[in-house]
Ligand binder design. Sequence first.
Ligand code: GLU
Length: 280
Amino acid sequence: MSKERLQDRAALEATVRRAYEAGRRALGSGAVANYIPALANASPGWFGLVVHPVDATEPVAVGDSDLAFSLQSVSKIFSLACLLNDDDHVVFERVGVEPSGDAFHSIVRLEEERGIPRNPLINAGAIVVSGRLKGATVDEKIAHFQGFLRGICTEGAFGVDEDVYLSEWKTGFRNRSLANYMRHWETLEDPMLYCETYIRQCAIEGTARGLARLGLVLANGGVDPIQQRRVLDGRDTRTLLAVMLTCGLYDEVGRIAVDVGVPAKSGVSGGLHAVVPGVC
Ligand code: GLU
């Protein structure tokens, strides 16, 4: 959809509604994740779609757009944004920016590449990012990150879903393995601090409407068009969009880039956050 058509509110609403109906027809073709047991409680029928143009104060929202769900890996792009905003660019000495082509929780390349995760959006890389958030404890790091989110999306609660957190904490052996393995290579210092922060970060709740609000900053070169203030450095925003485009959908990233062609980030709870730079 062109920028001109986006400014035509009726045309935008009709397009979003059509996309929503098409998505609804496809709902039965997937399944909810259950390797984190609490995620299996989600209804496969929940579906919301929100589009927020950069030059509009209100988004177009349909379906379950105000339903809170744990953000899971959609949170990874914002924890990286928070870290870069705190000027921790040294993180890129510990995490690469190349697509991995592997599943999100794969450990194979960590062995080949001496404990340096390929990128910040696979689990290994996101564990490194989360653990480096400002604060001495898990709670301080998460509070700092929640403050970052709430500073942009002032109406968002971004609380932690404790059931989802505990459920992943009890079953997250693979993420613990990644953290321990990276400790061996000295990519990180305290594997349990890093891993627990990561799992709590994934359990932070948001809504489709809130995600669209956060995405405005990414779509608008780092400047929040609603509060009219710069939130992120322009160069950092470019970095974030580049890693979304090249790494945001793990081993499906090439397919989605070919078929859809915009930077996006997925999460196992079903969220999909996409940015059309300069547009929405
Ligand atoms: N917390 C999830 C995990 O580490 C996030 C994965 C995802 O959403 O892609 O398994």
